[in-house]
Design a protein around this ligand. Structure first.
Ligand SMILES: NC(=O)c1ccc[n+]([C@@H]2O[C@H](COP(=O)([O-])OP(=O)(O)OC[C@H]3O[C@@H](n4cnc5c(N)ncnc54)[C@H](OP(=O)(O)O)[C@@H]3O)[C@@H](O)[C@H]2O)c1
Length: 280
């Protein structure tokens, strides 16, 4: 019997959850996979991999490159891609990140070679920082506290909507024309953290300000909250990508693929506020 399913790793996460909804709305047979997903998939437990890939034609791959702890993306993604192809998976769409150089000593594009050499059709997505870091991710607590204390200087970032990333992923999984391509995905405008804070304040009615801090001071602060030192350095380096304006140019890719402009930050902030996410 032909493989028909689409497996979404990170299926409970920011892009994965939205991708599952988008694919279902388009009539695809989808399985949301993660440690707590409807299909159990654990990067750290290889006995979960083969059952997850049974009957799967195409997969969206989200790795653990930005999480604390040891993560060898090259080895893990190579093993995963081999397993997938051996089970008849024809297409892999890999989520990486739009970064420059090493981040906290890690290469956040280290998984790309494994997917490109897998023998499957491949597409790589490299998005900028997601809007959703502010309402469900790493910056949520800072927004609630009213202070974005970050070592981002006056740098500018073209934050992107995780929903737009998911729609591009759906296109790459379901349609032709994306094979062998790397899509760099930005939002419609590069914002400073001060501008982002002002838009969040306006939408939420809370006072939220950006407080630039020194790189080492930020690392020390995280460590004082019992964040492991290597992970604190990683996060600070990730923010330094914004400070150094490494990925500050917007890209036309979301609009080219989706046929409409990417969502803007003000719209995201208004709708998150209307959903009550930042209410006490
Ligand atoms: N956040 C951003 O701004 C951003 C920007 C560009 C690129 N990215 C990339 O996007 C990827 C996801 O980052 P995110 O912050 O947006 O996280 P996320 O997708 O919101 O959450 C992580 C997902 O991975 C699953 N997961 C965690 N540990 C797992 C394990 N051991 N085995 C299997 N699944 C596991 C989680 O579900 P369970 O807990 O149920 O397992 C969850 O679905 C990263 O590779 C990151 O570099 C993120």
């Amino acid at each position: 019997m032909a493989n028909n399913g689409i497996l979404v790793l990170g299926g409970t996460g920011k892009t994965g959850r939205r991708l599952v909804s988008t694919l279902r709305a388009r009539g695809a047979e989808v399985r949301a996979a993660s440690r707590s997903g409807e299909v159990r998939f654990d990067w750290d437990d290889r006995s979960t991999w083969a059952p997850a890939f049974t009957g799967v034609r195409a997969a969206y791959v989200v790795d653990l490159q930005d999480k604390p702890g040891q993560w060898d993306a090259e080895t893990q993604i190579r093993a995963l891609a081999e397993q997938a192809v051996a089970q008849g998976v024809e297409r892999l769409v890999l989520l990486q990140a739009r970064v420059h150089g090493l981040v906290g000593g890690k290469d956040l594009k280290a998984g790309e070679g494994a997917v490109r050499e897998s023998g499957a059709e491949w597409t790589i997505l490299r998005p900028n920082w997601f809007f959703q870091n502010f309402d469900e991710g790493v910056l949520f607590d800072a927004v609630l506290a009213g202070e974005l204390r970050l070592p981002a200087g006056q740098g500018r970032e073209p934050f992107v909507d995780a929903g737009d990333v998911a729609e591009v992923a759906a296109a790459a999984l379901l349609e032709d024309g994306h094979q062998g391509q790397i899509h760099e995905l930005s939002g419609p405008a590069s914002l400073s953290l001060a501008e982002a804070a002002a838009l969040l304040s306006e939408a939420s009615g809370r006072e939220i300000r950006y407080v630039p801090v020194d790189h080492q001071e930020y690392v020390d602060e995280l460590v004082s909250y019992e964040v492991p030192a290597d992970y604190a350095l990683f996060v600070a380096d990730l923010v330094a990508q914004i400070r150094d304006n490494h990925n500050t140019a917007t890209t036309p890719t979301v609009e080219r693929i989706l046929g409409r402009p990417p969502r803007d930050f003000a719209d995201f902030a208004k709708s998150a506020a209307a959903d009550g996410v930042w209410q006490d």
